[in-house]
Design a protein. Structure first.
Length: 62
């Protein structure tokens, strides 16, 4: 992930399909979920979201 300067975990695998099913299915892409350090749901994003909005939400849960 150094190519894109990404400093967070991106997952891809069969577990993702199970997760998508458990949250009610994924009907839109991109679909992102934000959890706090304890693993509690914070919010989710559907579609393209401005980076500043995501950054602000991440700071709220840190």
């Amino acid at each position: 992930m150094k190519f894109n300067a990404i400093n967070y975990i991106i997952t891809n695998g069969t577990e993702n399909f199970e997760f998508a099913k458990n949250v009610g299915g994924v009907k839109n892409i991109p679909l992102m979920f934000l959890y706090d350090k304890e693993g509690n749901y914070s919010t989710h994003y559907v579609g393209a979201i401005p980076e500043e909005m995501i950054d602000a939400d991440i700071k709220k849960v840190l």
